[in-house]
Write a protein that binds this ligand. Structure first.
Ligand SMILES: Cc1ncc(COP(=O)(O)O)c(C=O)c1O
Length: 405
């Protein structure tokens, strides 16, 4: 019997992606300056674009206090992490960041992790095994799905935002330990999970509710404590949540926050924590500075609210197909991959960078432009973007791409 050839398989898959306008490429950024950046275009020339696809929601990634903290700590402690936390990598600045996060999020304990993807792997892998159940929203982030696969548990998905669906899944397997896992803010849609109702469903079914708040922390709730606090919940209703440091906080890394015993268990057993190098202390110092700013600079969240209102008002006036989101993630549905790519290219010609998001990141037939606002944008820029989107839609329709947004 002949073994399948991996080179041939890769070539066939690439051909298939090409046929579906599904090829993916990276852009080289040469320079960042707030919401503006210089990128290399297809012809190799340098273009300055206004970036509407970054997750730096609070505009903190270039804040002098954040960058200064990173530089100071790096000059004292060096660039690397040296070892895993349980060997020699756990520095006092990691401890200070964990305590600051615990105080901010009003939870008993916090554990730092390398990034959000690893955080999700850590939680599910260390708490769930073969005989257990993980119930997830159909639109959860890929890392939660991968985490359930790694844990080896039974994964059951419910229709987006459907608490009754979650309950049905829980009831259908009432004998095993269970977790309900959901994004707090859905990363490609921008809408919120029904956390209060899910917390009740989880309590009634004696399941543990885990919220991935990658896109909520810093942005929502009092002091930016995130979607869990915005829903009026605490560690009793949501025993574990994930917060990322690489999005609204403008740094890098993640943390799992919540119940002391559960977080303590992760600290000793979660493989993506135990078997990896600690974040460099300098990166943790940058995150610590960012958390302090995020807590007190309310104007950044107020700016985001204004940007979203101004954008939606103008975009609705142009008849653009928005989604029901009040967060800084404002997708515009395009339908086909080709339409999304055509609109993204058209926006780039006008000086805007908005990435086209295509399957498998979003469901088939729901390609979209994922617009993300940051506190570094001006309100007039949000309105100008809505105008440019309408032009891009009309241009794409003129050139005959499939569906109109
Ligand atoms: C909902 C969600 N969870 C987790 C992650 C992963 O976080 P990180 O980028 O820190 O690995 C992301 C980021 O893309 C996300 O959107």
């Amino acid at each position: 019997m002949e073994r399948p050839d991996l080179h041939a398989r890769v070539a066939a898959q690439r051909e298939q992606r090409a046929a579906q306008s599904g090829l993916r490429t990276r852009r080289e950024v040469l320079r960042r300056d707030g919401a503006r950046c210089d990128v290399v275009d297809a012809q190799g020339a340098t273009r300055t674009l206004l970036n509407f696809c970054s997750n730096d929601y609070l505009g903190l990634s270039q804040h002098f206090a954040v960058v200064g903290a990173l530089q100071d700590a790096a000059s004292r402690e060096g660039a690397g992490g040296l070892g895993s936390h349980l060997v020699c990598g756990h520095h006092a600045v990691h401890g200070a960041l964990e305590r600051e996060l615990a105080e901010w999020l009003e939870v008993p304990r916090v554990l730092l992790l390398g990034n959000g993807y690893l955080g999700n792997l850590a939680v599910l892998q260390s708490l769930l095994g073969d005989d257990d159940l993980c119930v997830q929203d159909r639109l959860n982030h890929a890392s939660l799905i991968d985490a359930a696969r790694l844990a080896g548990c039974r994964l059951r998905r419910y229709p987006h935002g459907d608490v009754e669906g979650a309950l049905r899944q829980l009831r259908s397997m009432s004998e095993c330990a269970a977790m309900v896992a959901t994004d707090g803010v859905f990363s490609m849609d921008g809408d919120l999970a029904p956390l209060r109702e899910l917390a009740i469903a989880a309590r009634v079914q004696q399941a543990l509710l885990y919220v991935d708040d990658a896109h909520g922390v810093g942005v929502l709730g009092p002091e930016g404590r995130g979607s869990v606090a915005a829903a009026g919940l605490d560690a009793s209703g949501v025993p574990l949540r994930l917060v990322t440091l690489g999005k609204a906080l403008g740094s890098y890394g993640a943390a799992v926050a919540g119940d002391a015993d559960l977080v303590g268990h992760l600290a000793e057993t979660a493989r993506p924590h135990v078997y990896t190098t600690a974040l460099p202390p300098a990166q943790a110092a940058a995150s610590l500075a960012a958390v302090k700013l995020a807590r007190r600079e309310h104007w950044r969240r107020e700016r985001l609210v204004e940007l979203v209102q101004r954008f939606r008002g103008r975009a609705e006036g142009h008849g653009l197909q928005l989604m029901p989101s009040e967060t800084p993630i404002q997708p515009v549905l395009c339908g086909s991959n080709a339409q999304a790519l055509a609109m993204s290219a058209s926006l780039e010609r006008d000086g805007y960078w908005v990435a086209a998001i295509r399957p498998p990141t979003v469901p088939e037939g729901q390609a979209r432009l994922r617009i993300a606002f940051t506190a570094a944008h001006e309100p007039a820029q949000a309105e100008a973007l809505a105008d440019a989107l309408a032009v891009a839609r009309d241009r794409a329709a003129d050139t005959g791409s499939s569906r109109v947004a």
